[in-house]
Write a protein that binds this ligand. Sequence first.
Ligand SMILES: Nc1nc2c(ncn2[C@@H]2O[C@H](COP(=O)(O)OP(=O)(O)O)[C@@H](O)[C@H]2O)c(=O)[nH]1
Ligand SMILES: [Mg+2]
Length: 349
Amino acid sequence: MGSALNLADAVLAGSRLALARVLTQVENDTPLGREVLDGLFRHGGSAHLIGVTGSPGTGKSSLVSRIAHAYRNPPDPLNKKRVAVVAVDPTSPFTSGALLGDRVRMRELAGDEGVFIRSMASRGALGGLAQKTAAVVQVFDAAGYEIILIETVGAGQSEVDIARLAHTTLVVEAPGMGDDIQAIKAGILEIADILIINKADHAGVENTERALRLMLELSHPDRLTKSPAWAGHGVDDLEKDSWVPVILKTIATTSVGVEAVLGAIAQHHRWLEQSGAWQARERARLKSEFDWLVQSTLVARWRSALAPGEYEGALERLLRREVSPHRAVISLMLPRHSAEESDPSTRSG
Ligand SMILES: Nc1nc2c(ncn2[C@@H]2O[C@H](COP(=O)(O)OP(=O)(O)O)[C@@H](O)[C@H]2O)c(=O)[nH]1
Ligand SMILES: [Mg+2]
């Protein structure tokens, strides 16, 4: 199963071994990984991508494990879903204990063939982590995982970028994390579809809830937050074009509140489909991936065509204020362009 075609087929047929191999290739952005991704792409598009973000220690991994477990053990066995977990930690190097801790937290999922857990770390380099995560998610999607949980530490822009991948975003808070509420600072609250106050067994839950509700009202003045529009009602009662962020309380260590989280996720899924937001998010996601690829490909191609030192020379002239940034760009681009134009051997038509 060495070739890209064989690997893609094996992944589609459900081989965990092939899946693990492909994920490594894709994560390392190898030519083989790209080729397999190309082959798998048309098989994706149906998974529900669920982002789980929040400050370290709020209980994200514990909660993700419980959520995954609940999807694997529904009241009606017909609703059983295949679940992938992608744990992204941009703050820790690959060898840190955090990922090992995640393994322990997700122990109850071990041995379940319908669950696949993948940890990703950036080794300090943030660039492209969101793109790598997107690629890994595409593999799981094509491989038939219906629920893909993406855990990220909510600490900055890269996490927001990763969270944007998701159809549904859960922001996890915990009481006593300070009344300033960490995640708000990173602008994470704005992307929350479902707000979870985990560690509801700790003191200070009411304060955290009050603070979150206030922040929600301030950041979404257009969205009423008094009670979820869907609470106790049928789907028909859903507002067509606006989702009211829900606040839920959980205790991940004992699974309290996890069923309600699954209920809210299902409700959000229905809202996404009915409101057209599902298509809108798919489009936005693919467009941003496409745009990013176009830009990075063009820049890489252009830079590889420059003579050695040419770029640095332009930068030096810029620093000496001999040219403006705009002029410097033109100086790097135009001569090459006109040289090619006048050289008949490089003309295509
Ligand atoms: N008391 C209590 N502890 C929890 C709860 N959820 C998680 N924890 C504990 O909090 C610590 C951090 O949890 P973890 O899931 O690793 O948080 P993460 O860093 O957000 O992924 C662990 O020791 C968990 O056992 C909860 O609801 N109540
Ligand atoms: Mg974690």
